[in-house]
Design a protein around this ligand. Structure first.
Ligand code: NDP
Length: 274
């Protein structure tokens, strides 16, 4: 039996163990996925333990996705470009970092109803999109949105961190633009909540009149207040964090095991249909 860990803080609420353990069971694999509550001070020691023979790797979540990079032997070029790692694969004594959040975000959006019938796949191109938050998830979303030809605004509680994202995320010389925290009417096509606001019942965009699309990354058993409000608002398309969670998890599973993820078994382990 080998283990896979979820390294972050807080992780007690995480839906990832149920999804990955359902996937291992479905394929008859004797592995276990386990959440490990990890403070900043414990991060280096926990990551060092991934070098053991009995560990396949880990997911990394809030708040360690950026700080973990310096503890790895190798970082996949896309994760390096994003500047954040959410998946570690343990190969022998070597630790390799990947980012599956970008893939999960793109996949979650691709399965949404088309905005324009002739536009296959990803629903945004040449649109204006606001991301709130400037951590690892925001970096992955910003890169995906820029690559698909959109303009990206970033607002963050700490504007210096948003400035760092704007400097380092670069698609052919195009960068996100830093804007103040939104209030009232926002003139964008979509807003992405890439903060943990919603995890404990708060509304991430309390004072904001919602645009046509609301993408809330927060993956909770109960719908977040933002998702509830967006669903109750006419003409707003809502993408729930569980959808991205499912797809990023499937990609991580494939990196650890080398076999296709049983997507339907993973989906069935989620508390709500996505
Ligand atoms: P990080 O720790 O890297 O970044 C967190 C971001 O949220 C920072 O910009 C931080 O701002 C901001 N933030 C934290 N607390 C508050 C607050 N009280 N008010 C305003 N802003 C706040 O985390 P991640 O980027 O990894 O994750 C962000 C969210 O996205 C989490 O909820 C996570 O669960 C979710 N996520 C969901 C995924 C999915 O598959 N559905 C995948 C990845 C992430 P500051 O810089 O000022 O501290």
């Amino acid at each position: 039996m080998a283990q896979v860990w979820l390294i972050g803080r807080p992780v007690a609420h995480s839906l990832s163990p149920a999804m990955h353990n359902a996937a291992f069971a479905k394929l008859g694999l004797p592995h276990r996925y386990e959440a490990k509550e990890t403070s900043d001070d414990q991060l280096a020691a926990t990551v060092a333990r991934l070098r053991g023979d009995d560990v396949l790797g880990a997911n990394v979540t809030i708040p360690h996705k950026e700080s973990v990079l310096r503890l790895l032997d190798e970082v996949d070029p896309e994760a390096r470009r994003i500047g954040a790692v959410n998946t570690i694969v343990s190969r022998g004594a070597r630790l390799i970092g990947y980012n599956t959040d970008k893939y999960g975000f793109e996949k979650a959006l691709e399965v949404q109803p088309r905005r324009v019938p002739w536009h296959e796949g990803f629903p945004f191109a040449d649109d204006d999109i606001l991301i709130v938050g400037a951590g690892g998830a925001a970096r992955a979303c910003a890169l995906a949105l820029l690559e698909h030809g959109n303009d990206v605004d970033i607002a963050n509680r700490d504007p210096a961190r948003a400035e760092a994202v704007a400097r380092s995320i670069d698609v052919d010389g195009r960068h996100p633009r830093v804007v103040p925290w939104p209030r009232g009417r926002v003139l964008v096509d979509a807003v992405v909540n890439a903060t943990p606001l919603g995890l404990s019942g708060e509304e991430a965009l309390e004072d904001v009149q919602l645009p046509m699309w609301v993408i809330d990354l927060v993956p909770t058993a109960e719908e977040t207040p933002l998702v509830k409000r967006a669903k109750a608002t006419e003409n707003v398309t809502v993408v729930d964090g569980l959808s991205m969670l499912l797809h990023q998890a499937a990609r991580s599973f494939e990196l650890w095991t080398g076999v296709p993820a049983p997507l339907e078994a993973m989906r069935a382990a989620l508390p709500r249909p996505v």
